[in-house]
Ligand binder design. Sequence first.
Ligand code: HGY
Ligand code: MN
Ligand code: MN
Ligand code: MN
Length: 418
Amino acid sequence: MTVLQGTRPRVNAGRLVEQVAGLGAIGAVPGGGVTRLAFTPGDVEGRAYVARLMEEAALAVRIDAAGNLIGHRPGAVPGAPALVLGSHIDTVPDGGAYDGAYGVLAGVEVARTLHEEGVRLNHPLAVVAFCDEEGAHGTMGMLGSHGFAGVLPPGAARVLDDRGIPVADLLAAVGGDAERLAEAAWSPRDIAAYLELHIEQGAVLERLGVPIGVVETITGRVNVSVTVDGVAGHAGTTPMEHRADALDGAARLVLAVRAIAADERVVLRATTGTCAVEPGMWNVVPGRVRLGVEFRDTSAGALEAALARLAEAAAEVAGATGTRVTVVPGARTSPVDCDADLRELIARASAEQGLPYHRLPSGAGHDAQIVARIAPVGMIFVPSRDGVSHAPGEYTAPEHLAWGADVLLTAVLMRDAT
Ligand code: HGY
Ligand code: MN
Ligand code: MN
Ligand code: MN
């Protein structure tokens, strides 16, 4: 393990793999998954684990008002903009140990390697664990990176999660401060480059047998709340022809959403991920159903077309089922291209490490796409076994974890030298 010996700088692979397992043990649930939703005690414990590692890496640790955990290392050139490495450590319910966590831990490992080898970079280095990337309990998701980029929607702190808790209170639980959110924002002048290392969460690299992905474009996404209002009634006495069954309408809409991607090819991906039935009794015809829908595509126009198509489907279903359907588009992230120079930099860093690479788009969302509003961003992928993510089977082989971090380290050293 040495950063400057020979031509191939390396991180401490064993240490990194151990730390991925160590963080993965926090929030581990039976069945092999990890449940470490943002703002929960598990998240707080995970953040403390990462903060300790940051200190061991000689980073100065702080939490900004948007709840981001930031480790900072000064640079040699006064006033130089920072190289920022980041991702997130929160998970979805019963998710995996690698999504996000790997990128944060690898960033800290890069800093620790530089420290141990006595390498002074020209630029300051910041390693960031962004707050609430996954959108815990119905929050907007990528909350911390929005704060970091200064692009939080107005009133974001007053929004209630799906349990009725204001985002301001959630932020307070992790050391954020809703009153000072503006202070979390970085200026484009502060950042030279942002690099995010992440598991692919798809099976492209594995199928190709290539260890490194150079991300070209990050998917855009729009969330949509769909509410179907019918008339609740007695399941035994309300005749079938007199029903306005909200779940009948919702079921048709679930299929319509799927068809918008699968059959009509209006958009790349269409998912109904949540369904809440009211009042939710076997013996009551459902009076109201709320669906959580999302569309994803690397084209903003496709997302708009999908929204338009959903509005048409909603009108058709309402007419056919005697229900009222309300469609409210919510959080929206635009598709984003990774910076052309950083793509080439990552490709060269892989070549320097003797590692084959493949250029590909990201179907998952990432904090990088929010940071892209204020800085050039680059993303490095490593293979995911069977392409599984957001599920307990998520796994990346130790050598892939190590190689991805080596590429990140090499990219940092190369970018610092320019
Ligand atoms: O779902 C997403 O793509 C995001 O990473 N949470
Ligand atoms: Mn995720
Ligand atoms: Mn992620
Ligand atoms: Mn009864």
